[in-house]
Design a protein around this ligand. Structure first.
Ligand code: NAP
Length: 293
């Protein structure tokens, strides 16, 4: 039940639909003009059910947008060298425009080494150190998809960033770290929080923008939220629960992402958009010219 003080929702589902529609139109133009259909290779190591679901969703959404996908399922027992070799083959294959290695890979595999086998021109999930560096320096390159999607949401809802205090809870390479970089690039004053941070509730109470990327259900309490703040919940847990206590936070926030229907759909939308951009750049012979985030 809503009250007049409840926050406005940042509807990722709606914005993601617009982004995918535009990406599909670009994919159709590319195919009509050159005969080339964008192709995303999806690499899944092992049989984790959640990862299987995520990859299936990404492939289904690709198909709906006119993007082919080439699925590469690999056994959980594969070693790092063989995984690197398989990803290297995809990097060298001109029929593949984008490569997604589903995170996380099974324990025992050097995930960083596997990510680095992705050609930066095909790094449509924005996971390589090259992409991270380009993003941090504001140079052309692919954004990490979830952080890129979060920034698109904040921009679509005209959340002021320049000079505002942003608190990012979490510093993982695929989420917390890059989202903080993107906020910094928009002139926010960014505080990174993590498992060793002390006084977290007080830091959050000071924040105009909060990004929760903790991986703990309902971790951010409602009374931590500064009245009027923009709250982005990147978390996803079974039952549609995020990293923020949504019901309580909504009573204080100005804007808030729902779970589901907030950040999640934006991640896939940015992935598809970047896959089309990668295909366009490779077909035109300008693979270094892509820019996103
Ligand atoms: P992760 O790699 O486990 O990182 C979690 C981060 O939270 C770490 O930096 C950790 O700090 C920090 N943390 C843990 N406990 C904390 C505490 N008590 N206080 C403050 N910080 C704490 O997780 P992730 O991959 O970034 O994912 C985070 C969440 O986002 C998960 O719920 C995941 O399901 C979700 N996710 C969603 C999408 C999407 O598309 N919507 C995509 C990716 C992830 P340390 O660095 O000190 O350990």
């Amino acid at each position: 039940m809503t009250t007049p003080t409840d926050a406005r929702l940042m509807a990722g589902t709606d914005l993601a639909r617009d982004i995918v529609t535009a990406a599909a139109a670009r994919a159709a133009d590319l195919t009509a003009g050159t005969g080339v259909r964008p192709c995303l290779a999806t690499v899944l190591v092992g049989d984790d059910p959640a990862s299987q679901t995520y990859v299936r969703m990404k492939r289904n959404r690709s198909a709906q947008a006119g993007i082919d996908s080439r699925h590469v399922p690999l056994p959980a027992g594969i070693d790092t060298a063989e995984l690197v070799r398989r990803i290297g083959e995809l990097s060298a294959d001109p029929a593949v425009h984008g490569i997604l290695l589903q995170h996380p890979v099974p324990a025992g595999i050097d995930e960083r080494a596997a990510f680095e086998a992705i050609d930066p021109a095909k790094d449509v999930d924005g996971v390589t150190m090259h992409s991270f560096g380009a993003m941090a320096f504001g140079r052309p390159g692919f954004a990490s998809c979830t952080p890129g999607g979060i920034l698109r949401l904040l921009e679509a809802y005209e959340v002021p960033l320049a000079g505002r205090r942003a608190v990012v809870i979490g510093r993982s390479p695929i989420l917390g770290r890059p989202v903080g970089m993107l906020l910094l690039a928009r002139d926010a004053t960014v505080t990174y929080c993590h498992s060793r941070t002390t006084g977290l509730p007080g830091l959050v109470r000071d924040a105009d923008i909060v990004v929760a990327a903790v991986g703990r259900p309902r971790f951010v309490a409602g009374d931590w939220v500064k009245p009027g703040a923009a709250v982005v919940d990147a978390g996803y847990h079974p039952g549609g629960v995020g990293d923020v206590d949504f019901a309580a936070a909504r009573e204080r926030a100005g804007l808030i992402t729902p779970v589901p229907g907030g950040v999640g759909p934006m991640t896939i939308a940015v992935l598809l958009e970047q896959t089309v951009a990668a295909a366009e750049a490779q077909v035109s012979g300008r693979p270094g010219a892509v820019g996103a985030g």
